[in-house]
Structures are given as C-alpha cells and as structure tokens.
Design a protein around this ligand. Sequence first.
Ligand code: C2E
Ligand code: MG
Ligand code: MG
Ligand code: MG
Length: 288
Amino acid sequence: QAKNDGRNNYRYYSPEMNTHMLERIQLEQRLRQAVIRQEFCLHYQPIVNLDDRKITGVEALIRWQDPKFGMISPDKFIPIAEETGLIEPIGEWVLQQALTDLAHWHRLGFKISMAINVSGRQLLGHNKTSFKCLLKALLQKNNIEPQYLHIEITESMLMDDTEQCMAALESIRSLGLDIYIDDFGTGYSSLSYLKRFPIAVIKIDKSFIDNMLERESDAKLIKAIVMMGQSLELKLVAEGIETHAQWQMLQALGCDFGQGYLFSHPLPAQELESYLHQQALSIAISCS
Ligand code: C2E
Ligand code: MG
Ligand code: MG
Ligand code: MG
C-alpha cells in the first residue's frame, strides 16, 4: 500500500517535471530582467522581389542577448512573453526600435518597407486602443508614411476571438498600413477568413518551401495558394528560401516576393545598412 502511494507521489513530482518547471520559472525571471535592462536587439531580414532579387523591405526579428546564456531564440521566449504579458513592453520596444531604424534608412534614401510581428495579446490585450494609438504616434514621430509599415499576424490569431480581432485589424488598417498573414498553411486555414479580414499579403510557411522540390504535393499546394492569392488580389511572400532551385520554382509558380538564407540571413542594423548600400551600388553599376 505504502509502496503504491510512494510511486504515485514519485510520478507527480517527477524530477523531469521539476527541472522543467524550474527552467521555466528561471527563464521568466530572466526575461523580466531583460526587459528592464534592455537586453534585446533587432535583426532585419531582407524581403526581395523574386524577379530581380531587389530588396523591397525587411522583417524585424527580435534577438535576446542574455549576458550569461548568450543568444536566446524568439521561438523560446516569445511564448513566455505572451503568457506573462511581458509581450506588451517588449512589443512596444520592438515598434519603437524598428521605426527609428526605418526612419534612418528612409533619410538615407532607402525607401524600403518594414514588417513587424505582432502577437494576439498585443493586438487584443487590455490596451487594444493604445496599440493603434502607439502605432499612430510612432509613425508621426518618425515621419514615416504608413504604407511602409506592415503588421504580421499568424493564422491562428484569426481564429481566436473573431469579432474582437476583426475590429482591431480594421482599426489598424484604417491607419493605412497592410496586414500580412504569417506562416500561412500551418494554422487552421479557413479560406473564408482571407475574404473577411483586411489582409493584403500571405506569407507561405517555410515548411512548404523546404520540401517543394522533393515532394510534388507540397509544390502543388504552393501553386494552389499562389493561385488563390492571385484571384483574391493578395500578394505572396515565400519564407525560408535556401536554394537557387527553390527560388526558380517559386518564381515560375508566380510568387511575388521571397525571403530566406539564399538572399540574406537576418542582419544587425549596421549590416543591413551595408547591404542596402551594396545593392544600390550594384544597381548603379549595372545601369551605367
Ligand atoms: P517568423 O515571423 O515566421 O519569422 C521567420 C523565421 O524564419 C525567423 O526566425 C527567420 O530567421 C527564419 N528564417 C528566415 N529565412 C530562413 C531560411 O532560409 N532558413 C531557415 N532555417 N530559417 C529562416 P526567428 O528570427 O528565429 O524568429 C522565429 C519566430 O519568432 C518568428 O517567426 C516570429 O513568429 C517570432 N518573432 C520574432 N520576432 C518577433 C517579435 O518582434 N515579436 C513577436 N511577437 N514575435 C516575433
Ligand atoms: Mg514573421
Ligand atoms: Mg513565418
Ligand atoms: Mg514562424
């Protein structure tokens, strides 16, 4: 009898579970510190026109440089930031930093656009009106025309709280900026959402691009997404292009834009600036 109890207890307080919980709590504490100490930075990944590889914009991707543990991936800490509400101050910092950098590049004459990832909690959080106000204030402060700013949301967000989500997206749209659907094809894709929500661009998830050359079914799916996008007058961005062959095939399928290691990794602001200068230079040379 006692033995059984012991086993049950053991199962409940399993060492793996303790380790996991402890790690989770520690990560949360460090994340709180990171917000105070501003241990984040943004990297920018070029989004290019698939016809000529010319950069049309960048996506801002957050990086967390922990003094003790080094670089921590957003896939690891964004979910925790969402659960704890820390996403609100973090998201605000992202917007501020990204728009400051964008204004700087515009002043240099590089009229590129900026895509920013926004999570549901930011959009629908208790501050839903203030997210729009924040956007508006930051665009004004940095003197950026709204069509240069894009907001990326994931498909699954459109499923939660549809009415509220619709209202929030409409109010952001009314500022004049485009809304992108990120990771398209991985969530609960329901085609009716594409028609009902004010979406301008679909980003085809990397998982389809990864196997498109080996798996005919993935290539066919991409083709179907492209055709659907075209008939709804949406633009298409392919994510995670790593090879020349993928690029060629996506272009042949009619995909408009792409991003991926083939064109560039996400770059620190300074390196992105060099990339912009280099591209301008190579265009000037090829035209002369
Ligand atoms: P995402 O928005 O789908 O971003 C694309 C991810 O794919 C980025 O990962 C990028 O570095 C990676 N990637 C791009 N091209 C390639 C490629 O050719 N090969 C491979 N293997 N990977 C490629 P990252 O930077 O680790 O970001 C992961 C996710 O974290 C993002 O996925 C986004 O959902 C989230 N995230 C990043 N920054 C922010 C942010 O500021 N706010 C919010 N809410 N989420 C963010
Ligand atoms: Mg994204
Ligand atoms: Mg994505
Ligand atoms: Mg993703």
